[in-house]
Design a protein around this ligand. Sequence first.
Ligand code: AMP
Ligand code: ZN
Length: 114
Amino acid sequence: MTKCIFCKIITGEIPSANVYRDEQVTAFRDINPAAPTHILILPNKHIDSVNVLIDDDEQLIGHLFTTAKNIAAQEGIAEGGYRLIMNTGAGAGQTIFHIHLHLLGGAPMKHPMG
Ligand code: AMP
Ligand code: ZN
């Protein structure tokens, strides 16, 4: 089975600007940032998208969010506000089918999105 680009980043076959790593998740800076702080947080295990999550993934997905919170504090954007996005499916803008949370912050954002 061929590895996806994010699996290759996790194993170090493709370089990235690493921000955080533990047994369950990896975080690195987005190569094409959409905000002053734009970090991707993903499970080390390959999961295509939210559409294929199973009950056993619940702790892992929760861990993505607590990791995002910790990184937001570390990056100094927790007080100013940040946005967490998980695109699901091509129609929503998902281009890499290895589930990932976008952490965006560091500048005022408009709402609503879309
Ligand atoms: P999505 O469109 O939600 O699937 O998000 C994919 C994100 O991955 C985009 O924001 C890309 O800029 C980012 N990206 C693609 N390749 C790399 C890479 N090699 N290193 C870091 N970020 C990447
Ligand atoms: Zn993958």
